[in-house]
Design a protein around this ligand. Structure first.
Ligand code: HEM
Ligand code: HEM
Length: 184
């Protein structure tokens, strides 16, 4: 007689509230900064300066938050995973580190690109002046690298989000709930 395999009922502890708050804050910021960068040309010309400066300031915010988040992670270890298989656990670990690497790399490349454009950053209350003369040729290449890295970040984050939904709706385990502010 074939037996029906029931959904896994494994449950591991949730992420702590700071890790959850930082995760969702950064996910929203990254999406907003990505869309601002991509769609800047679709807004009226007079908005361009404001949009690019907002993009840069929020991008620097993401960079600072990655540092806070990673430092927090070192002190507060994330809970053990739901253990799908050793190979997939390894893939998830690699994916998370890939996301951290890209969350760091994209804003750093953005800063390099800004410097190569001969621009500073206007934070409203204070500003950082340009640190070098404009270098058009290198600037063009670095802009492309910034864009490519940003697409890689959004691509990997989309796969990551789909896998979280797979855990929740198909595998029916607590992976997604551990990252949400709900009682399990
Ligand atoms: C996670 C953070 C970031 C993401 C996802 C992101 C994404 C993007 C994207 C998709 C573009 C459009 C690329 C193109 O059309 O060639 C762009 C442009 C740009 N980014 Fe970023 N970026 C981030 C952080 C930063 C930071 C920290 C800076 C500098 C402080 C920066 C500076 C710029 C500049 C100057 C542009 C060109 C805007 C224009 O004049 O069209 N970015 N970014
Ligand atoms: C830009 C978007 C996102 C980025 C950069 C991102 C990044 C990350 C990173 C780096 C981790 C590992 C946390 C750690 O252990 O330190 C993580 C965990 C997690 N994320 Fe995201 N995330 C994003 C969006 C999403 C979305 C949209 C969802 C849900 C649909 C999601 C669901 C989760 C879940 C459930 C975990 C815990 C996974 C586990 O315990 O194995 N994330 N995320």
């Amino acid at each position: 007689m074939p037996t029906t395999v029931s959904a896994p009922s494994i449950a591991t502890p949730p992420y702590d509230s700071v890790a959850r708050m930082l995760h969702w804050l950064m996910a929203c910021l990254i999406l907003a900064v990505f869309l601002l960068g991509l769609l800047v040309d679709t807004f009226p010309k007079t908005w361009e300066h404001g949009i690019v400066e907002t993009h840069k300031v929020l991008g620097v915010g993401i960079l600072l938050l990655v540092a806070v988040r990673f430092a927090w992670r070192l002190v507060h270890r994330p809970p053990a995973s739901e253990h799908v298989s050793p190979l997939l656990d390894r893939a998830a670990w690699l994916g998370h580190y890939g996301l951290y690497a890209l969350m760091l790399a994209v804003p750093v490349i953005g800063l390099v690109y800004t410097a190569l454009r001969g621009q500073g950053i206007d934070f409203g209350l204070f500003s950082i002046p340009p640190i070098m003369e404009r270098n058009r040729e290198l600037g063009r290449t670095v802009r492309e690298v910034h864009e490519l890295a940003a697409f890689a970040l959004i691509g990997l984050a989309s796969i990551h989000a789909l896998l979280a939904l797979w855990h929740h709706f198909i595998r029916k385990d607590t992976t997604l709930l551990r990252m949400l502010p709900v009682k399990r």
